[in-house]
Design a protein around this ligand. Structure first.
Ligand SMILES: C[S@@+](CC[C@H](N)C(=O)[O-])C[C@H]1O[C@@H](n2cnc3c(N)ncnc32)[C@H](O)[C@@H]1O
Length: 275
């Protein structure tokens, strides 16, 4: 893993900056919320919670599953774990940076594609969507899982919107009722379901804590001296950047775990895929 300030140059890639930040600066291998118990409220605690989350997912794999597609595979930590447990696993993501990471660090075959556009060359027993379901349009998702794993399983771990409230918090994630309706329409049968909202949302508290302790005071420090030295330029820049400032404030609101719990539920869903 590269040290901050020494990030590898990846020529010609449209790089996902947020992902590089989590992976290369924060040193996170997994990109999901994790499953917290009484872990220390720090980076090490987050990594432990993320390991627990992946182990918990694996406990959902039916005994007859051998061939797995990790759809929306991130940095490949889950794919690697699946492989080490003896599964025949392939990974997929539309992000060239993730392809680069797989080629560099993993021994798992990687498909550069959006799941909804992916043409399977083989039959999988299970399609895994670990916090990637929310990025895949619902109809394309169900249609293509039927092509990839007919008669097999779909395992999803993700948050869903249950009580939309017209705020930015209600923008990411599929609507839970619509998702279940579409699943039924496509012939999917739910066989296991678990709500892990409380154990997942601790990651939001941790992120908020970092922002409050380090990010906001740093911004205050920098802008304070700049505003006093260059008041006119500061006013112009603030006006020019008003869109970005609004977006930043919206993003901060997404770290409010109580609001998250009012609007969303984080679910593990195991579906049987129709033949
Ligand atoms: C939050 S990350 C989760 C990564 C990983 N599964 C994990 O649990 O750490 C979301 C993943 O979904 C992928 N993704 C986004 N849109 C997608 C799509 N249309 N089809 C498949 N994967 C997609 C992203 O590139 C990323 O790998």
């Amino acid at each position: 893993m590269s040290a901050p300030g020494n990030l590898p140059e990846i020529d010609g890639l449209r790089v996902n900056t947020a992902l590089r930040f989590y992976h290369e600066i924060l040193g996170l291998d997994a990109l999901h919320y994790g499953l917290w118990k009484n872990d220390p409220f720090n980076m090490e605690g987050l990594k432990t919670a993320q390991e627990r989350y992946t182990d918990h997912l694996l406990s959902y794999f039916p005994a007859n599953v051998k061939v797995v597609l990790d759809a929306g595979a991130g940095t490949g930590a889950t794919s690697e774990k699946l492989k080490s447990r003896g599964y025949d696993v392939e990974a997929l993501s539309p992000d060239p940076y993730q392809k680069y990471l797989f080629e560099k660090n993993r021994s798992v075959h990687f498909h550069l594609a959006k799941f909804q556009d992916f043409s399977p060359k083989k039959k999988y027993d299970l399609v895994l969507m670990s916090e990637s379901c929310q990025y895949i349009p619902m109809d394309g998702l169900f249609t293509n899982v039927k092509r990839c794993a007919p008669g097999g399983y779909l395992l999803i771990n993700d948050y869903f919107i249950t009580r939309p409230d017209n705020t930015p918090m209600s923008k990411s994630g599929h609507n839970m009722d619509v998702f279940f309706r579409k699943a039924r329409e496509h012939g999917f049968e739910i066989i296991k379901e678990e709500d892990i909202t409380d154990q997942a949302a601790v990651s939001l508290d941790l992120a908020k804590n970092w922002v409050d302790r380090y990010v906001l005071p740093s911004i205050d420090l920098v802008t304070y001296s700049f505003r006093h030295k260059h008041p006119k330029l500061f006013a112009i820049l603030r006006w020019l950047l008003r869109g970005k400032i609004r977006k930043f404030n919206d993003d901060l609101m997404l770290l409010d775990s109580s609001h998250f719990k009012r609007v969303k539920r984080y679910k593990i869903l195991l579906f049987r895929v129709p033949q």
